[in-house]
Design a protein around this ligand. Structure first.
Ligand code: CTP
Length: 136
């Protein structure tokens, strides 16, 4: 059985998220997803996600291709998570290309092309700046 692991915030769930999870799952037999905690996002990006970690976990867990979700409490623990979940491959979008090569001693490291033209940051920006969408 080949076990895959991937990580992300997965805030304001969109088609780029669907596709990377489906493609990651297709590389193996079991997919574990680490959802970065609200506190981790606050400390790294200076703001909390729109959706809480509980909601983000429920959304990802509802996907048929996902077998297990957990909260990623610290970026520094990736190696431990890979060990804990006995992952054979770490899959990340290619916005992270090269950043996780040091895990190659533990497992296969695969970067997948991002889905073009969609990101959580852009969706938030569109909602924020489109007057007709502004409830206020
Ligand atoms: N991802 C992707 N294609 C996109 C957007 C994201 O394949 N268009 C992948 C990322 O490469 C990552 C995973 O989805 O492996 C989770 O990414 P995340 O950072 O949560 O989503 P983004 O939309 O990139 O969020 P942000 O704009 O806040 O960076």
């Amino acid at each position: 059985m080949k076990k895959i692991i991937t990580f992300g915030t997965f805030d304001v769930f969109h088609v780029g998220h669907v596709k990377i999870l489906q493609r990651a799952a297709a590389l193996g037999d079991h997919l574990t997803v680490g959802i970065s905690s609200d506190a981790l996002n606050k400390s790294k990006k200076g703001r909390f996600p729109i959706y809480s970690q509980q909601s983000r976990m429920e959304i990802i867990a509802a996907m048929g291709c996902v077998d297990h979700v957990f909260v990623e409490e610290s970026l520094e623990l990736k190696g431990q998570y890979i060990k804990q979940f006995e992952s054979d491959a770490l899959v990340m979008g290619d916005d992270w290309k090269g950043k996780f090569d040091h895990f190659e001693s533990q497992c296969e490291v695969i970067y997948m092309p991002r889905t073009p033209s969609v990101s959580t940051t852009e969706i938030i920006e569109v909602v924020r700046t489109t007057p007709d969408l502004d409830p206020g």
